[in-house]
Design a binder for this molecule. Structure first.
Ligand code: KIV
Length: 271
């Protein structure tokens, strides 16, 4: 038996069981083979091929420009590395809003061309038809409520969402709707911790928070933020575990200096 076949894969059912037993779910983004391999080996339960690739991989200001083809490319690279985690891929802006047939085509392309296990979509009532159609094709769907970055130009800012009662009520009913349609989980982004806890307690499916407090059933961060590869982004919810920007820069500066000084390569580093 190969090592590969001994690893127990995380499925959407595993996540439901984790919620039921009170075990917290860890989720992290990845966009390429090398990082996905590390993230998977480190024991992360869910790897999100997030459209935050638009920011951290491509350098765009928002998540809007990334295309379906580019998301599929990132997902293919991640899938090649992953042996255990559930791999969820963001449907990018413009690939599912407004037309459920196009939404299904987009989700099918992601599943068929990358081998990913599920898709994630931002929104509630307004994407109901697209969610239904994708689920009816047997594709697991994760929801995303609260701060939904694909609608940044509607909100105008990245500040905390659902602070007023109207928006909080809309979020409560959208969460219930997504669960009733058959979504297997919901990301709650940047909403008050009290609201996130209440929503989590009222759902059977797990919630995964980012800036939504410890009452969610799991947590997600953008890999580049956790590792300190991004420098200027410092929201309150972000815990940085490394300062890789400076560490990598230091190593590369050292390499440049070694080349200039003719220290590299030395006798042992040549043939
Ligand atoms: O694209 C992304 O990285 C996300 C997370 C912030 C949840 O959607």
């Amino acid at each position: 038996m190969s090592v590969h076949s001994e690893i127990k894969r995380i499925t959407v059912n595993t996540l439901l069981k984790m919620k039921a037993s009170g075990e917290k779910i860890s989720m992290l983004t990845a966009y390429d083979y090398s990082m996905a391999r590390i993230v998977d080996e480190a024991g992360v339960d869910v790897i999100l091929v997030g459209d935050s690739a638009s920011n951290v991989m491509a350098g765009h200001e928002t998540t809007l420009p990334i295309t379906l083809d580019q998301m599929i490319y990132h997902a293919q690279s991640v899938i090649r590395a992953v042996k255990r985690a559930l791999v969820v891929v963001d449907l990018p802006f413009g690939s599912y809003q407004g037309n459920s047939r196009i939404a299904l085509e987009s989700a099918v392309r992601i599943m068929k061309e990358s081998g990913a296990h599920a898709v994630k979509m931002e929104g509630g009532e307004e994407i109901r038809e697209s969610v239904i159609r994708i689920l009816s094709a047997g594709i697991p769907v994760m929801g995303h409520l609260g701060l939904v970055p694909q609608s940044i130009y509607k909100f105008g800012t990245y500040t905390v969402r659902a602070k007023d009662e109207d928006e909080a009520n809309r979020l409560r009913s959208d969460a219930k709707l997504l669960e009733s349609l058959g979504c297997f989980g919901i990301v709650l982004e940047k909403i008050p911790a009290k609201l996130a806890t209440e929503v989590s307690q009222n759902l059977e499916i797990p919630t995964i928070g980012i800036g939504a407090g410890g009452g969610c059933d799991g947590q997600v961060l953008v890999l580049h933020d956790l590792l300190g590869l991004t420098k200027d982004f410092q929201p309150r919810f972000l815990r940085r575990y490394l300062n890789l920007f400076d560490e990598v820069k230091g190593a590369i500066s050292h390499y440049v200096a070694d080349v200039k000084s003719k220290d590299f390569p030395n006798e042992k580093e040549q043939y």
